[in-house]
Design a protein. Structure first.
Lengths: 159, 154
């Protein structure tokens, strides 16, 4: 295997890591809908960190290695339409991901407040925050954009 | 390989490849999520069930899609017409991981299904721990397969 082959393999593995993180986030989206106490909300923290790490490393790996490959592999340029489209979609996915984190962060902050106040029972406001439809919509949008990036990588429009 | 990477495939190969990769990503995503939930659960029945259902509802359909796409792209690219002794190593690694991995996935789902049934009657979670171990083994095997399919070692 050449160095480019290794980089391509790492690029693809990074993309798999992004999808793995997204699937784990879908599980968390489902799980948090039933979390009505501070404890059950905050208990999702370790899995959230794992999903965040998978997406962070995966997103970083795809863009850094992807740009490197665009320069290194013959026949491609960074300004090829499908590569520009992939970079734009990557930026959109990142922006949506940050909005999704903010949407679910409200529930985490509320849970921290409840715990600090010593309120361990069910809380209607916390449940409403955990069930906010904006988070689900943003998560669905992020998944759709990642799907579009995959389609772009396969079909390479304009190549 | 870089030259191959730089070529644009015939249009009729794109859809099967897309389905193959999408299935593989779903499979790996389900394994990652299922293993994470099973490991996180310790003895919490709800998380054990969520982990099991991630494997059943995400990984299994992903495996089916990946395998159908694999046969389709294999046929479109004409690899199936070559004698086995001249087929590239990465293809063998891919098919071995897909087929043996499918058997292990089926075994882990059966064992996990019995484990979830036993949870209802208040019995232990030992079988789901076996499912967790099998999921981690599968995850490692599929990551090697992804590396082989993407990097295409000689």
């Amino acid at each position: 295997m050449s160095f480019d082959d290794w980089m391509l393999a790492l690029h693809v593995l990074s993309a798999f890591l992004v999808v793995a993180g997204l699937v784990l986030f879908w599980l968390l989206v489902l799980a948090v809908r039933r979390a009505e106490t501070a404890e059950s909300t905050l208990a999702l923290g370790p899995l959230t960190k794992l999903a965040d790490a998978a997406i962070g490393v995966g997103m970083g790996g795809t863009i850094a290695i992807g740009i490197w490959l665009a320069f290194s592999v013959g026949g491609y340029e960074l300004w090829d339409p499908w590569i520009v489209a992939a970079i734009v979609l990557w930026l959109v996915a990142g922006a949506i991901g940050r909005r999704t984190s903010l949407a679910y962060g409200a529930g985490v902050r509320k849970a921290q407040e409840l715990r600090a106040a010593g309120r361990s029972g069910p809380d209607a406001e916390l449940l409403a925050l955990n069930r906010a439809s904006s988070g689900v919509v943003l998560q669905a949008l992020a998944s759709l954009v990642v799907l579009l990036i995959l389609a772009d990588m396969i079909w390479k429009p304009g190549a | 390989m870089s030259t191959l990477f730089a070529t644009v495939r015939a249009d009729d190969q794109n859809l099967p490849l897309f389905l193959h990769v999408l299935g593989a990503m779903t499979l790996v995503g389900g394994l990652f999520t299922g293993a994470a939930a099973l490991a996180f659960a310790r003895r919490d029945g709800r998380w054990l069930r969520l982990g099991y259902w991630s494997l059943l509802a995400v990984s299994l359909p992903g495996w089916v899609l990946m395998r159908i796409g694999a046969d389709w792209i294999n046929s479109e690219q004409g690899w199936d017409k070559l004698p086995e002794d001249v087929q590239p190593a990465w293809l063998g690694i891919g098919f071995a991981a897909a087929d043996l991995g499918g058997l292990v996935l089926a075994a882990s789902l059966v064992v996990g299904g019995v484990g979830v049934y036993r949870l209802r009657s208040g019995k232990g979670s030992g079988l789901l721990r076996t499912t967790l171990v099998l999921s981690l083994v599968l995850l490692a095997a599929y990551l090697v397969a992804v590396w082989a399919m993407a990097g295409k070692p000689d």
